[in-house]
Every structure is written in structure tokens, then in C-alpha cells.
Design a protein around this ligand. Structure first.
Ligand code: NAP
Length: 320
């Protein structure tokens, strides 16, 4: 059987690490762990027991567009036909009063979670085109807090996701601008906005390329993995209480292992092969829960906004 290769960004911890583990367990799969800290990624892969012949680690810093371009070129030199790309890496800075920025001057969570992945997805369409494998998939992680159609997405702290008329992107997204809607900086909202962009990007990839390429484009909410390092920049007390709350009150808690298995399933499971879908296993977890197509928010379904976001993002990453 010919080996199938999946790239997973941010595979050095949390959901991405366990997705790499789960996929490497599937027969015939090789995982390219696209990570910014190579030592950490290697130690992480060893710590969860991924056999050394089932993975390759390549450097990528998604906040640095040169690094994303270098990753694409390094990937090509491996000579591995691409079967799947999983855009999983993310940063979350809920407590900042002032925005952190990448080298281009863009707010860091939108730059990393959306723009870096947007550039990566666009660049790797050529690699999918080169590859003759029959079942190609591109998966972008979403989250419940970016989807007001779900209870977890209705929490107005600090504000619900909302890209407005994309004025911040239209105005170049550099200081003093820090939010996509061009309004006042709210760090937790910047994360939600970036994850909304992830779903809009998936929908636009589906609209533009599914019919012509056969690639399956999907997103998912793997459950509330309340104890990953994603929350490392939150209050210490929050990091203690949040997992307890999700385990004992909401019932939304999912282990990193189970979340990783769900992400891996979106890559290989024939039941999750429908392009344009946003998969979920629900907000309340019970053993044996099955996946279903979760309705996405009105904003995430807005085709005109998806197209506009696409065009503006092309400019911001230098692809226009
Ligand atoms: P995590 O443990 O913090 O993992 C994030 C990964 O992204 C790490 O490997 C991190 O690398 C990497 N990363 C961060 N910035 C990067 C950059 N500039 N370039 C390259 N890699 C970078 O978080 P997680 O909870 O597993 O989150 C993974 C995904 O799941 C995210 O897309 C998140 O939105 C989504 N998600 C999480 C939850 C949850 O409850 N945790 C729920 C729904 C969706 P380092 O190891 O070097 O920091």
C-alpha cells in the first residue's frame, strides 16, 4: 500500500500532538509535524510513543510568512505526495490590554491562527494538485466560542465573534488597527474572530476548489479540551477551575487523546468525507458520542463575507 502523508500544524502539544499520534496509528499513514519548536516536537512525539518511522518534523512559524513559505519548500523536498493538511496550531492571549504583533505588524492571534494558515492552505493547493492520491482532505480546526449558533458561542465575554465589514483588514490591519472590524482591541475576541476566519476560509476553499479538485474541505469542533496549553496565558485560577467546570458542570470536557482521535478521523474516516461540513460531537460529552454536521453561524455562512475575507487576506499575506 502506498504511504499517505498528512501535515498537522502545531503538533507539538495538545490536540495536534494527539491527532498525530492517532493518525500515525492508522495503517499506511505518515505524519509531518509542522512545528515552531523542533526539540519540543521531538520530545512530545516520543512522550506519546509515536514510532520514529511514522513522523517527520519540519519547522514552521505560522506568524512569520517567510517561515510558512520555507515550510512549503522544505515539504516539497521530502518528495511525499500530499494526502491531507490539518490546520491546527493556534495561540490564545485572553488577557492582553495591548495587541502583540508579528513582524508584519499584524495582531498575533489573527496573524497566526488565520493568516499563516490561509497562506499555507493557498500554497499547498499546488501540492494537492501534484498528488495522485484518491482521497485528499484539508481540515481547519474551529471552536465553539466562535459559533453563536451553539451555547458556548453566545458567551459575550469579552464579546461575541464579529468581523463587521472587515474595515480593519481593508485599512491594512497595521497599528493602530488591531481588530478585523477596525474597532477597539479585545484580546479574547481577536481569538474568536480568528477562529471564525478559519471556518469562513474552509467554506470559501470548498466553494472555489472542491468541485474542480475533489479535495474534501472541513472544519470541526473536537470538544472542550480544557486542559491543553492553549490556556497557558490565562489566569492561573482559570486554568484550575475551567477544566473542573467543564468536567463537572457542563459535561463538555474531552481528553486531549479523544480530541486528537476526532481530528484524525476527519482525515481518514469515510463517514467524515463530505466537503464543506463543520463536524461536532456536541457540547455535552457522553461515551460513544457520534459526529454530526453542526450548523454554523450566519456570519460563518455568509458567502459574500467569505469572498471578501479571501481577497483581503490574499493582500495581507502578499499573494494578491
Ligand atoms: P495547544 O496545546 O496550545 O497547541 C497549540 C499548538 O500550536 C502548539 O503546538 C503550538 O506550538 C502551536 N503554535 C502556536 N503558535 C504557533 C506558531 N506561530 N507557529 C507554529 N505553531 C504554533 O492548544 P490546543 O488546545 O491543542 O489547540 C489546538 C487547536 O484546537 C486550536 O486550533 C484550537 O483553536 C482548537 N481548539 C481547542 C479547544 C480546546 O478546548 N483546547 C477547543 C476547540 C478547538 P508550541 O508547542 O511551540 O507552543
Amino acid at each position: 500500500m502506498e504511504e499517505k502523508t498528512a501535515i498537522i500544524t502545531g503538533a507539538s502539544s495538545g490536540v495536534g500532538l494527539y491527532a498525530a499520534k492517532a493518525l500515525a496509528k492508522q495503517e499506511g499513514w505518515h505524519v509531518v509535524m509542522a512545528c515552531r519548536n523542533l526539540e519540543k516536537a521531538k520530545a512530545a512525539a516520543q512522550s506519546v510513543g509515536i514510532p520514529s518511522d511514522r513522523y517527520t518534523i519540519l519547522p514552521i512559524d505560522l506568524a512569520d510568512f517567510q517561515s510558512v513559505r520555507a515550510f512549503v519548500s522544505n515539504y516539497r523536498s521530502l518528495g511525499r505526495p500530499l494526502t491531507a493538511l490539518v490546520c491546527n496550531a493556534a495561540v490564545y492571549y485572553p488577557l492582553l490590554d495591548e495587541p502583540l504583533r508579528n513582524a508584519d505588524g499584524y495582531e498575533i492571534s489573527v496573524a497566526t491562527n488565520h493568516l499563516g494558515h490561509f497562506l499555507l492552505c493557498n500554497s499547498m493547493l499546488a501540492d494537492f494538485a501534484q498528488s495522485n492520491v484518491p482521497d485528499k482532505r484539508l481540515v481547519i480546526l474551529g471552536t465553539v466560542t466562535a459559533n453563536p449558533k451553539e451555547l458556548g458561542g453566545k458567551i459575550p465575554i469579552p464579546a461575541p465573534p464579529d468581523l463587521g465589514d472587515l474595515q480593519g483588514f481593508k485599512d491594512g490591519f497595521k497599528a493602530p488597527i488591531s481588530m478585523i472590524n477596525g474597532k477597539k482591541f479585545k484580546s479574547g475576541k481577536a481569538y474568536k474572530d480568528s477562529k471564525l476566519c478559519n471556518v469562513l476560509t474552509m467554506r470559501e476553499l470548498h466553494r472555489r476548489y472542491h468541485a474542480s479538485t475533489g479535495i474534501t474541505f472541513t472544519s470541526l469542533y473536537p470538544g472542550c479540551v480544557a486542559d491543553t496549553p492553549l490556556f497557558r496565558n490565562h489566569y492561573g485560577l482559570f486554568q484550575t477551575i475551567f477544566p473542573w467546570f467543564q468536567k463537572n458542570i457542563t459535561g463538555g470536557y474531552v481528553t486531549q487523546e479523544l480530541a486528537g482521535e476526532r481530528v484524525a478521523a476527519t482525515v481518514y474516516d469515510p463517514e467524515l468525507k463530505e466537503s464543506g461540513m463543520y463536524w461536532s460531537w456536541g457540547n455535552r460529552q457522553k461515551p460513544g458520542r457520534r459526529s454530526f454536521a453542526q450548523e454554523i453561524s450566519d456570519e460563518a455562512s455568509d458567502e459574500q463575507k467569505a469572498e471578501e475575507l479571501w481577497d483581503l487576506s490574499l493582500k495581507l499575506v502578499g499573494l494578491a
